[in-house]
Design a protein around this ligand. Structure first.
Ligand code: ATP
Ligand code: MG
Length: 504
């Protein structure tokens, strides 16, 4: 066993109607990766926010290097060497990369902020992360995965003894995950205790030294990782719940529900583009869209949804041409729906409850004679909460107080309620626990058998192979390969995406 650097003892945290943490003990070892895993809403982020001084426990004690500590603020925790990368990235979109990294700790020289120093340190930290990001770029213009790198850089700016990463890889591609893992190994070698949260179980096996499992606010296991496997983790997380997503097996119809010809979008702020793309999605077909980061997958979905009026080319939905200027609302009316990648920013209305967020896009459907019944959509909301097993005290709970994964389930639930003809999903499994993922995939399969066409982006090759009837591989804005179900595996996918990039 390694040296214990941090301990949380008998931590309790209650919120009105919820006990988020119930007498939790947690230990982090120096020079190790300490995994924390559990279902959506199990209490992981709450525990980490307590350790990092962002939330105060109702009861319990924290020990750093054996000494009792109490952090009133995250700044106090950072000063003692406890850093955190939050699940919901806490970056200011209208500030630059360097300003974000130094926010609240600006280096001052002769009474003014020393921008040169700020930029130099930023560049140095980003180099260490193997990322060439311009320190002067405004963060809001960056894609989600780049923002995640910036958030990690921010936590790394100060030398941390304990570094908490709450789902750091949820928006990263396979290559970026490797880069992050290399960095984690470096930090380990320097004696840093990493606390690592993820729903990608393969990752935990690869990188973890110790594992703690939370289940409904209580510890269900703590062990050394050596020799443990995914079935063991699942048993600790779920008990005996079965996870199985059979493929829908139905033949898609021959009629395309979506027909795309020569779609192009010049370079966007994020640098990605769509370059003369043509393909169809049939009614009842699930089409996967795979590619490395920056391949243009998100941009392609955004073009289809009408978010880029400057895009050129033809898009037909069920035989009807959608002009480039046709807005998002009109596309929703015609039966198209997008579940975006950055669900925090694009998906939820922060000032509303869970129920309001789920029924939001359906308002017109519930409207009767120009006014809204008080409990509009209550039945749909209730069935969504039940079907997706959203953990909340009630539909009246504010969406922002739900755990990260449960907020995501709500957004997915909202889109599914619309019963669109074509569903565009950008990383539908991101940040969602294994059980919920299986539930969402089952729903996707069911929708396909009902004749809905689905085009989904995923960076997880397993998801693509399991779900897609057909997969399009994208690279540098172009579709470079098409793979038929049953004729490829994860390895072929990776090779295909990498080779395409070299060729382009
Ligand atoms: N500010 C708050 N007010 C009310 N309830 C809260 C608040 N913050 C968290 N909770 C509740 O505490 C429980 C634990 O949430 P937490 O965010 O710690 O889960 P998690 O394990 O991080 O889940 P996920 O994997 O989805 O991110 C949830 O039921 C959540 O709704
Ligand atoms: Mg969380």
């Amino acid at each position: 066993m390694g040296r214990v650097i941090f301990q949380a003892k008998q931590i309790c945290k209650s919120y009105p109607g919820t006990i988020a943490l119930d007498h939790v003990d947690f230990t982090a070892y120096a020079g190790s990766v300490n995994i924390l895993v559990g279902e959506n809403g199990a209490g992981k982020s709450t525990l980490m926010k307590i350790i990092a001084g962002a939330v105060q426990p109702t009861e319990g004690q924290l020990l750093l290097d054996g000494e009792p500590v109490a952090f009133a603020t995250p700044t106090e925790a950072a000063e003692k060497g406890v850093g955190i990368v939050y699940q919901e990235l806490d970056l200011c979109p209208n500030m630059t990369v360097a300003e974000n990294i130094f926010l609240g700790h600006e280096p001052v020289k002769h009474g003014v902020i020393n921008r040169q120093h700020q930029d130099d340190v930023t560049r140095h930290v980003l180099d260490r992360l193997d990322h060439k990001i311009d320190p002067d770029q405004v963060v809001g213009e960056l894609g989600v995965s780049t923002q995640q790198i910036v958030a990690i850089a921010k936590a790394l700016r100060r030398d941390a003894k304990v570094l908490i990463m709450d789902e750091p890889t949820s928006a990263l591609s396979a290559g970026e995950v490797e880069t992050l893992f290399r960095l984690i190994r470096d930090l380990k070698a320097q004696g840093v205790a990493i606390i690592y949260i993820s729903h990608r179980l393969e990752e935990l096996i690869e990188i973890g030294d110790y594992i703690t499992v939370l289940r409904d606010g209580k510890i269900s296991a703590h062990a050394e990782m050596d020799g443990l496997d995914i079935p063991w983790i699942l048993r600790q997380m779920l008990g005996d719940t079965k996870l199985d997503v059979p493929h829908h097996g139905a033949e898609p119809s021959v009629d395309p529900i979506l027909s795309v010809r020569n779609l192009s979008l010049p370079h966007t702020d994020s640098g990605a583009k769509v370059d003369n793309v043509s393909f169809d999605v049939k009614a009842g077909e699930i089409v996967g869209l795979f590619g490395l980061m920056g391949a243009g997958r998100t941009e392609l979905l955004e073009c289809l949804m009408g978010l880029h009026p400057e895009a050129s080319g033809q898009v037909e939905l069920a035989g009807e041409t959608l002009g480039a200027r046709l807005g998002v609302e009109q596309r929703i009316d015609r039966g198209m729906m997008l579940i975006p990648e950055d669900r925090q920013a694009a998906g939820i209305v922060q000032t509303m409850t869970l129920g309001e967020n789920i029924s939001l896009a359906n308002l017109t459907r519930y409207e009767r004679f120009g006014w809204l019944p008080r409990n509009f959509g209550a039945r749909d909301v209730a069935s969504t909460i039940k079907e997706l097993a959203i953990k909340a005290t009630s539909a009246a709970q504010m969406i922002t107080t739900l755990s990260g994964g449960n907020q995501q389930k709500a957004i997915v639930g909202k889109a599914l309620l619309i019963r669109p003809r074509l569903l565009l999903m950008d990383e539908p499994g991101r940040g969602i626990d294994v059980k919920a993922k299986a539930e969402i995939f089952t729903i996707m399969n069911r929708l396909a058998t009902e004749g809905i066409g689905i085009l989904f982006v995923s960076s997880e090759m397993k998801e693509i192979v399991a779900l897609a009837d057909r997969t399009l591989v994208m690279s540098e804005g172009r579709i470079t390969a098409e793979l038929a179900r049953g004729k490829y595996d994860e390895n072929d996918l990776m090779v295909s995406a990498a080779r395409a990039r070299e060729a382009v």
